[in-house]
Design a binder for this molecule. Sequence first.
Ligand code: DMJ
Length: 645
Amino acid sequence: MKACASIAAFVLITAGWYSVIVSSRGREYLVNLDVSDTKDARCSLPERSPPESLLDSTLVYLRDVQREKSVLLRLSEPRDISRSHKYVRCGTLETLGSFTAHKRTSNQRQQAVREAARSAWDAYEKYAWGYDELRPLSLDGKDTFAAGLGTTIVDSLSTLYVMGGLDGRYERARNWVATNLRFDRIGCVIVFETVIRILGGLVSIYHLSGDEMYIRKAEELGARLAVAFDTPHGFPWPRCYLNDTGKCEHHVTVGDSLYLAEVGTIQLEFRALAYHSTHLSICRLKSVVEKIIAELQTASSSSPRLRVPYNVLLPFALSHTSGKFSTNLVTLGAPADSYFEYLVKLWVQGGRAEEHYWNLIASIIDAIGDVAVYRSQAGDVIVRDIHVSTDGSLQFTNKMDHFACYIPGMIILSLDGLNATDTARRRRWETLAHDLTETCYKMYSRSQCGLSGEHIRLGSDDKWRVSGGYQLRPEALEALFYMYRHTKDEKYRRWAWEIFEKIELHCRTREGGYAALKNVRSRNPSQEDVMHSFLIAETFKYLFLIFGDDDDELPLSKWVFNTEAHPLLVIPGLGRGETGCDRVSCHRAEACSRNSAKCSDSSECPAYQGGRSNYDHKNINTVSCASTSSAECDNDCSRIFEELR
Ligand code: DMJ
């Protein structure tokens, strides 16, 4: 069994008494908490106080009532919890992060972005409420993914919250989730999209708001998605039914192929969920999704390989049946993109402790600089596709996707892992991030309408050709966001503003929705009848944050954005392998040894939640006790230790 973590306290909040709301197990309690001594915090238990067991080794969200601030704290190592004392000793406090939404801003550019998000949301709410996405020209809704998922609602939650709630719109979205989001009725979904948009959206809004309803919904979704991992090589099925059939399928058109992005872009979300959950089936998913990263490295040995050290650039597709790579094409764009992005984000998420992730991404950045980058005679810098022959020789296609504009952000996040003395490498990486950001900006500034298409190609004459329309995508703005945060160079904000103005000009419809563009090679491009949910989730969020005055607004030291721009807390415990089940088992181990393994009541048996959990429908093993009787609780206690051993 894992040792109970001893927690180093690092506190963002100032010392003193706080009136806080402790959310625990679906209920909220007002507690006074003294955080002056983070190693030995004191709580007073006012009248409507939680039972003492709620203050056990658990993760609680403390919302500072006076200061309207949410702080996710961890209370651990409880001692002397007893009502006979005026104050109880709550244990050690660890601040994971906090967020305060600013309801108003005098910043005009932020105000304009907020207005755009409000308009897009209102059009969705008026014409497409409950559907996945708005059709901004037909003025109706479409279930792009699955009926009942309400993707735009869930995907927008974190943006609405970060923008201050937009006068009741966040509450309406929250109510929809609380009342209507039921996974037992939902048919076939794309696992990757559901993880990044829905699961990521739910865990993120829990981290931002501390509202437990979201983490319970996320747990249910996570438990239903667990069927996807019932596969020989651990690579998830691409499509599964969320309802009780628990059926999974291959993609409709590509046989048993799996894409690199869809197997390598689910880790942040499941890890965060496992940290909060005490359900074994969910806690286990943490190592299941982490193992995929290791499996991918093994699988690469079976495909035509790039020479060491470049073999970290994995091909974009593999066979679900054999678990081996099924193509020799390497691309940093779709459908491989966010696998690379998640390697560094995993390192950040776990408190920058899991070095194997950083080592991988560092080799990848070097390999991109060495073999994937192409510099044209005119000075354009792109990342190109690489075809690897069986004899190891390489051929290139000078094509770059707009998708690949996540790369500058990935590089900026990786810089923190470099040694102070590694100045040459730092300079190389920074230059690469800058050059690619400039290319991403040029994808907009060089197109006739000022917005980017899906890809650019450089012909043998090095001339730049654009294809595809503008799909309201965020990646270039994401690059500008990271570059601005890193350099504070106003140029990046100017570029972002130019792009925003063009979105307003060409994409905004008369009714206030936003439409994608069919092509970008015209000053007056025609609109397409789709408003992707990532417009509000990502494009408007990155724009809003770029123009923010407050450096502490979602600092990159404390938050990591998933690939759908949902901010998740950096959780050092994850780097130490911790899950919610470990916390429960630690507490139970303490309780059992203190009381000669007699879990005589529910306060000594924190996993006990009043009977079987909701997730038994698919025989998913949970840690719930079935009965309060001492003997059964005792057995359960030992069983849990065994399972976690
Ligand atoms: C989003 O859903 C995510 O950013 C994903 O990683 C890639 N595609 C879209 C945005 O372009």
